[in-house]
Design a protein. Sequence first.
Length: 713
Amino acid sequence: MIDPQAAAAARERKTLVLSLLGLAVFLVLQALLLRSHVKTDTRPPAWDQAIHLEIALDYKQALAEGRVADAFFLAPKPGMPQFPPAYHLLLMRAYASPDPAHAALWVNWFYLALLAASIFGIAWRFRADDTALAVTIIFCGAPAVQDMVSTQLIDLPLAACVAAAYWALLASERFVRWGPALAFGALHAFGMLHKWSFFSYMIPAYFVALRALSYTPGRVLAAAALSAALSAPWYAANIALLPSRLVQASADFAIPFWKQGAWATYLRVSLEQLGPLFALFGWVAILVPQYRRRREDGDIMLAWAAVAYLFWTVVPNRQFRFLLPGLPALAVALASAFPRQLVWGVAVVQLFTFVNFTKGWIGPVTIPLPYQDLTFFVNAPPRAEDWKTEEILRAVEAARDPARAITNVTLVANDTHFNAPTFHWSQRRLGMDKVRMRGVNSRLCELSEFLILKDGFLGPPTVISQLPEAAAQVKAPNGWFARAYEQLREWPLPDGSTARLYRQRREMPRPFSSNKMTYQYFQAGKAELQDLRVALGEWDKAASVYKTAKVTAARVTVRGLVLRGLDAELGGAGLVPIYTGERSEEWVDARLLKLERLRLNSLDVGAAELQAFLEARVKGLKVSSVELEDGAVKVAGTWKGYRVAAEAGVSLLDAPRRLKVDVRSARFGGSAVPVALFRPIKELTVPLYPSPETPFAIELPGLTLDNGRLTVP
């Protein structure tokens, strides 16, 4: 007589084996599609993708040169917070390939395999049949996931880490089993070492751990200790800069969730990003689950998706990739709430969507509805497009003035594949160490030997602030730019626009008829000068610079900081005046095209001026005292009601010449803050040698902090 339980167990094992074989076939198909993408696509990486590739290059170079400490304390990229190292340490392996941008995508395949295995394992716990394979296909075949596979972003690895951690959490039976509990601790650390936002998806797991403390404290504490031991060192070392950078990054596109229907943003977007069938059935299933096994764990699935949705809806910067790691729970719930036939029906549609995303056979197909259109078969096939990035950079390298220590290039564009991060990464990868890409500022391209303009479409409207005005200045036929720069070359771009390369003119005529100028008041950008006197020396027409120039001003205000007694000498200064309307002798401003050397002979800043500057620049800070004595700056006051104080020493160092600021002590709320927490800024040095920000040498004959004043010398 056949034992029904044994027969059922045998059928379950057979289904498991066949489902795992199906999962392997799915991953092989994914690898084949990725191989097709890599062979076809020739576009350079986009904005954040280029930044991640550059961070990986930073790690590679630091470790290759034995700078382990530098690798642990990498400086953040402009406008970005620091990223933990795990993803980039794997990504740097892509530089073994001559095409690291596409080699990096194979790292994504391994993370996708981890994500797929984790979703399958979770789904099998709730329904031990072939629907576990179906929901794995449903989630991993979604357009949002496939988009992450084909791009160099950290969000797919993060989703894989989150899913793996939840699989371990469920397998631990709420921290009853030792092995899975410790695996959860290790995976928690692994996730935190990928990205700081990992914790937001783990909030339900923290509540599970808190409840488990009452009946199995040893396992919970062991998992927590393991996670802290692995991840806490990096966070402790970078805590000084990380919080402010995170707040700044999260405030992008800041629309409060209670305005303009922002609370429903992710619901609407999920219809396209997940696929309409998956999104509709998934959201219904997570709200009215019907788990056939492990019903007691259904609340974890609901909390996983719901908390992630609430958290990332409150965060103003709403991008679907941020929510993605919280959504595997939708696929698991879908399999548990609906009949097998419906689940596989959705899986078949999603499987076609998955292949069509790379192949682009049909779609997108949009069905208009009263409140929200439904879009099927979203796709993004690879494209063989040459955006001329490397060709333009090589043209700059060939035409640059070799006498310049740093050659700045201003880019007037911020399009997907034609932007400053992409150019900067390409320049770094090509080893052009003296060429530096710069963005546009209020003074357009000051101190930039070259400018690159992409005419036509400059980029998405949300990311091209200041660019239309800058492009208009470049194109103005009688403006200062036309007098200072000339076009060298142009290249047709794949979107039908043209990239134009401009270089500063050579052998320019003397820009000013007089060598001496006096102004009671003069404003240049954000600097205001009173009692300004300028004495220009001999004009070098070949170099298009004044060999020397002397500048004095009784009072200078820069960003609210008042400086007195300015006496400076400029060496190798190239200038172009800006006139009022038509060209005349009445000029109102000037652009500094070149500068080889700046010598500050004298300068004076008082404690009162520094106090006013700090209060104006740091929101919420009320300074009660500023002391400048014995080579140190001491500041005390309150910040948003909390008492704060800090002391820093300032000194000049040689070989190379630089200004050193050493944080000696800090207090917050009456308690001392360990200065070790400030390690990235504890010994801040400001280069006085040429750098991208100041591509000229700065000479300080001396620096004194005493008697309530900072003076040069």
